[in-house]
Design a protein around this ligand. Sequence first.
Ligand code: AMP
Ligand code: ZN
Length: 123
Amino acid sequence: MDNCLFCKIVAKQIPSTVVYEDDDLLAFKDIHPHAPVHLLVIPKVHVSTLSECDASHTPILGKMLALAPKLAAEHGCAVSYDADGKPQGGYKTLINSGPDGGQEVYHLHLHLVGGPRPWRVQG
Ligand code: AMP
Ligand code: ZN
């Protein structure tokens, strides 16, 4: 897509802080982080929004979601358990879709938001 911000990031025409890359996916730091860890996971191919996905997108959506716990662990916000078995740490995974869903960039992306609270945006 000629005029897509995230396609330009994939093409390295716009700089970003890349934290993961393979043949299908790119992950980079969000430029306006809401929390100590705020990463975006995107497919390299242009998909505008989750609402355009169907069963043919299952493999790429699965890869995006499966990458989240690996990145969370690498960035220090995996869920772990203390000696009493109480969970600690953690993160959110979020896909905004369409105007009412708060989507601003129309290239599918999964937010990974985590780290110690407080965060800039609660919830
Ligand atoms: P959304 O509202 O779900 O479409 O999220 C778009 C996200 O892209 C926002 O969190 C922005 O901060 C982020 N963003 C916009 N431009 C850039 C950029 N050049 N590099 C990294 N993140 C960006
Ligand atoms: Zn794109």
